[in-house]
Design a protein around this ligand. Structure first.
Ligand SMILES: [Ca+2]
Length: 426
């Protein structure tokens, strides 16, 4: 009995350990299966993600080609005529309306969303087989792309602000008048104007010859010595003048007199060190300046502040007097907003180009002939065109719930697109 019992106990122990082994094995195999499954799932997810990323890149590429195509051809688009057959025109030029919009307003046009077939290449897909997006395309998981193009100005057309990089003797014969007007507009004391203008010219021009006396002229020498001295005095790392075009208006803060009067770059008190009664409040000059574009200001796009700095709108004989400039600029802004000089609604049936101002004679009419003829030289009626024109492009690609946005800045050099900026969301 005892032996039996022992045997049984023995057999039971062996059976028990085998069972434990089996359970362990199953547990380990299950864990492996689960981990393989997780890995496989991750791998699939990674594959899907990679495939979508590649698809997104494809869509963005299509958007880029589309933007370049519309920009390159928009100036030569056939103008609207009353007896035209739009359907027929669309057959020969799929993007005629977008091109017209860009040409006529000099502002913004949006293309799409359009479907880009995965199998077609960007260029062939866009020129012929692209269709407007429909819900079916969403279901079929085909991607869409939307392109927004904003014409910022430059080249032979007009921009919304003054390009500071042209405001020096080699860049624009009228640089001095424009600078004076900007400084009057901002409220800078007349006696200080030359400091700012000379210091800017030195920073921008390619030589090292310091012109005039600006700020505290501590030691003789060229521009380089001036900044060496300025930096040493402020215990800063020494920097040199740019001697070329600046990429960003923030750089003005490094230039002698501008760094002494930072209020001019933000708007605010010009001379905080003076007692309160003598303090002057100035406007932010970066509101009317940019670092891109040509010489002309687009009268349909410019802000009232920019308009008020244009010679001819601001009196060339009494630039310190802003009263007329204010009235003329306001009349232009009102017209753009749909009100004529008497405060009545613009009759859009009567106006061939709506409230867009497309000619000098129209501008004279809007401003009751108060605008000075000098202004003609500074004003453009269309957006940028040709070499030097600048565009902001936003490409939005969408596919299976993913959205990818690219923002770019593009200009034209020797008739070819050149990207100055290209930033993609992560
Ligand atoms: Ca220089």
């Amino acid at each position: 009995m005892k032996g039996e019992a022992q045997r049984c106990a023995c057999g039971g122990a062996r059976g028990g350990s085998a069972l434990v082994m089996v359970i362990w094995t199953i547990a380990i195999i299950s864990a492996m299966v689960v981990s393989f499954a997780v890995e496989a799932k991750l791998q699939t997810a990674a594959n899907v993600y990679m495939r979508e990323r590649v698809h997104m890149d494809h869509l963005v590429d299509a958007g880029r080609v589309l933007a370049e195509m519309v920009i390159a051809k928009h100036q030569s688009v056939v103008d609207y005529s009353e007896d035209e057959n739009l359907d027929e025109l669309l057959e020969t030029d799929r993007w005629i309306q977008e091109k017209r919009q860009l040409k006529q307003t000099g502002s913004t046009t949006t293309i799409g969303p359009i479907v880009v077939d995965e199998r077609t290449t960007a260029s062939s897909g866009l020129s012929s087989s692209s269709l407007a997006a429909s819900p079916d395309d969403e279901l079929a998981n085909r991607g869409t792309v939307t392109v927004q193009i904003e014409s910022v100005g430059g080249g032979e057309g007009g921009g919304p602000k003054f390009n500071i990089n042209n405001l020096y003797p080699k860049g624009n014969p009228h640089y001095a008048e424009i600078w004076e007007n900007i400084l009057y507009w901002a409220g800078v004391p007349e006696d200080d104007h030359a400091y700012f203008i000379n210091a800017w010219i030195d920073w921008r021009d390619d030589d090292d010859v310091k012109m005039g006396d600006y700020g505290d002229n501590r030691k003789d020498g060229g521009e380089k010595e001036y900044y060496e001295d300025l930096c040493e005095e402020n215990e800063e790392e020494v920097y040199k003048p740019r001697n070329g075009p600046i990429p960003d208006l923030k750089e003005l803060a490094k230039i002698g007199p501008f760094r002494q009067h930072p209020g001019l770059l933000t708007g605010g008190v010009y001379n905080p060190e003076d007692k309160e009664d003598d303090q002057i409040v100035v406007s932010n000059i970066t509101e009317v300046l940019t670092v891109f574009g040509g010489d002309k200001i687009n009268v349909n796009l410019a802000s009232k502040d920019v308009l008020m700095c244009i010679p001819g709108i601001r009196s060339t004989d009494y630039p310190e007097d802003a009263e007329d400039a204010d009235l003329i600029s306001q009349a232009i802004i009102d017209w753009r907003g749909g009100l004529d000089k008497d405060g009545n609604q613009v009759d859009l049936e009567e106006e061939e180009t709506g409230t867009l101002i497309k000619s000098w004679s129209k501008l004279q009419e809007i401003t009751s002939d108060e605008i000075g003829k000098e202004a003609q030289e500074y004003i453009g009626f269309t957006g940028g065109q040709g070499d030097g024109a600048l565009y902001r492009i936003t490409i939005t690609a969408q596919s299976v719930g993913m959205t990818h946005v690219v923002k770019a800045k593009m200009t034209i050099r020797e008739s070819k697109p050149v990207y100055l900026e290209w930033s993609e969301d992560p």
